[in-house]
Design a protein around this ligand. Sequence first.
Ligand SMILES: C[S@@+](CC[C@H](N)C(=O)[O-])C[C@H]1O[C@@H](n2cnc3c(N)ncnc32)[C@H](O)[C@@H]1O
Length: 325
Amino acid sequence: MNQFDQRLYAILKDGAQTGEILRFVEAAAPGPAEAFAYKWQRSPTFGLDSSTSAAMIQWTMDTLGHASEAAFAEHLAGAGTILDAGCGNGRVAVRAAALNPEALIVGMDVTDAVDAAARNGQGLDNLRLVQADLMSPPFKPASFDYIMSIGVLHHTRNTREAFDSMVRLMAPGGSFAFYIYKQKAPIREFADDYLRRTIRTMAPAEAWAEMERLSLFGKALSDIDAKVTVPAVPSLGIEAGEHDVQRLIYYTMLKCYWRDEWSLEENAHINFDWYYPEFAHRHTAEEVRDWIALWPELREVDFIDAPAGMTFRVVRDKTSPPTPS
Ligand SMILES: C[S@@+](CC[C@H](N)C(=O)[O-])C[C@H]1O[C@@H](n2cnc3c(N)ncnc32)[C@H](O)[C@@H]1O
């Protein structure tokens, strides 16, 4: 057992299994995250391959509020134990492990995407993968100095309970950065729910094909490369001024992602990721602040407001009493 295994076994609850990937859920058990199992099987290297990594790293750094990966590494420097909750194929956990060779990085996902993460992180001595549900994580309370969860908590049955579950894992003085979806303009909210309900009835491959068509719809709008000047329509969340037509439709009416530099498959991945999961709750910043306020030992230290979602980083008081399990 090397020092990273020792550190991992020190924070695992009793009854931990052994093996290259520690599994606490059935690999094939159906559940709310089933859509992701299909997505990661289909795109196991998304965000790590030469076509998508630069844009995804940039997005992740913007989302976490770091100017560069070097700044991210500096931010993590004092953390000995780091958790990526809902790590998917490990695209961020792998980078974090490479950037912080002294820290133990644990990637946790409820699906067998952890297998792809293990392949993507091959050779990284300090990366460990755990297949588990973040609603009942297999770790002792207060185990992690830094927790990140990017685009995950809102895909569970209850975002606030998922948040609470992660807070329990924060070590005194530790921090927790999470990105969740935010509530959008009313037509966009309606279209999101309508389309999710519709494609949820399809088999994954059929839903993916529909998402390819939606991506091509986005491409057609993007190809016209036109701008419109509109008055404010506050009841629809439309702001006055000049807008790119595709962006205006995207943010206020219908998500139909398209990025010219990516293939149809890569664009469809983004739309599938949005529409196919069973749960994709959207929240307001006020709601999240109410959840934070229920933990007196937490302090909000960063807030990043982006068009599709928001990132919070909270820090746990250094002298806070032990977290109840
Ligand atoms: C949108 S993906 C984001 C993956 C990764 N954080 C990233 O930024 O690339 C959401 C991930 O959360 C995982 N997930 C959803 N519910 C989960 C749960 N209850 N416990 C652990 N992972 C979960 C899914 O399997 C999926 O891999």
